[in-house]
Design a protein around this ligand. Structure first.
Ligand SMILES: [Fe+2]
Ligand SMILES: [Fe+2]
Length: 255
C-alpha cells in the first residue's frame, strides 16, 4: 500500500504547460511557474499538517509539531502580506489597471480570517492543550479557499502576458527579496521552507527551483535545521528537495 503523502488531500497545482503558454513572453511564463511552485510548497506543508496532526500523542512530538505548524503558517501569511504590500500594487501601477489584482485581494480576504485564527491557535498551543482534531478542524476552516486562490493567482499572472514581461520580472524579484528580508529566525524558517520543496515534481522538470547555490541545502541541514531538528521530521521533503515519507500519518503508523 502506498502511504499517503503531501500531494493530498489538497491538490498540487500543475505548472503552466508549453501548449497553454505558446507564444508567451518567457518572463511571464517564468513568474507564473515560480509562483506556482512556491504555492505548491505551501500546499505540501498544509497537507503534511493535515495528514499528521491527529496521530500525535507524545508531548515531545506535539511540541515539535507545534513549531512546524507555526512556521508553515508564517510562510503562507508572509507570502500574501508581501503580495499585497508591494507586488500587487506594483502590477497595478505598471499595467495602468488599478483593479487588476482585485479578485486576488478579495480571495486573500476570504481565507485571511481562518488563517489568522489558526495562526493564533498554534502560537498558543502547548503539548498540554494539544488537540489534533481541533488542528484539523481549523485547517478545514480556510484551506479550500486558500488553495482555490493559490490556483487562480497563477492564471492572473499568465493573463499579464498582454502587458509583456519586461516590467514584471524586476517586480517579482523585488517581491522575493522582500520575503527574504522578512525572515526573522533562520533556524525556524529555512528548514521549513526547504522541507516543502520537491525537486522531483512533474518528473523533475522544475528541479531548478528555487535557484539557489548548491551549498544552501547543506548549510540548512547541518547548521540551521539543528536547533529545532525534531520539527523537520514532519516536513514532506528532505532539505535536498526529495520527497520523504510522513512518519505520523495513520497509515504510516499502522505499518
Ligand atoms: Fe502567491
Ligand atoms: Fe496570493
Amino acid at each position: 500500500m502506498a502511504l499517503p503523502w503531501a500531494d493530498q488531500p489538497f491538490s498540487l497545482i500543475p505548472t503552466p504547460t508549453a501548449e497553454q503558454t505558446k507564444g508567451y513572453d518567457k518572463v511571464v511564463i517564468a513568474v507564473a511557474r515560480e509562483m506556482c511552485l512556491a504555492h505548491n510548497a505551501m500546499i505540501r506543508n498544509l497537507n503534511a499538517i493535515y495528514l499528521q496532526c491527529e496521530q500525535l500523542t507524545v508531548p515531545k512530538d506535539q511540541a515539535d509539531f507545534i513549531i512546524f505548524c507555526q512556521v508553515a503558517i508564517e510562510v503562507i501569511h508572509t507570502h500574501h502580506q508581501m503580495e499585497e504590500a508591494n507586488f500587487f500594487p506594483q502590477i497595478a501601477e505598471y499595467t495602468g489597471e488599478p483593479n487588476i489584482m482585485e479578485k486576488n485581494i478579495e480571495q486573500h480576504r476570504a481565507f485571511d480570517a481562518g488563517l489568522t485564527v489558526f495562526e493564533g491557535y498554534v502560537y498558543k498551543l502547548t503539548p498540554e492543550t494539544y488537540d489534533g482534531a481541533e488542528v484539523k478542524r481549523l485547517v478545514d476552516g480556510f484551506a479550500e479557499v486558500l488553495v482555490t486562490h493559490l490556483n487562480d493567482e497563477i492564471q492572473t499572472l499568465l493573463a499579464l502576458q498582454k502587458y509583456g514581461g519586461e516590467k514584471l520580472g524586476p517586480i517579482f524579484k523585488t517581491f522575493n527579496d522582500n520575503i527574504m528580508k522578512e525572515v526573522k529566525d533562520k533556524h525556524r524558517l529555512l528548514p521549513c521552507a526547504l522541507g516543502c520543496i520537491d525537486r522531483t515534481f512533474e518528473d523533475g522538470k522544475n528541479a531548478d527551483f528555487p535557484p539557489f547555490p548548491f551549498f544552501v541545502p547543506y548549510l540548512v541541514k547541518y547548521v540551521f535545521a539543528r536547533r529545532y531538528s525534531g520539527s523537520w521530521r514532519f516536513t514532506p521533503c528532505t532539505m535536498f528537495g526529495q520527497p520523504k515519507p510522513l512518519p505520523f500519518t495513520k497509515e504510516a503508523l499502522a505499518v
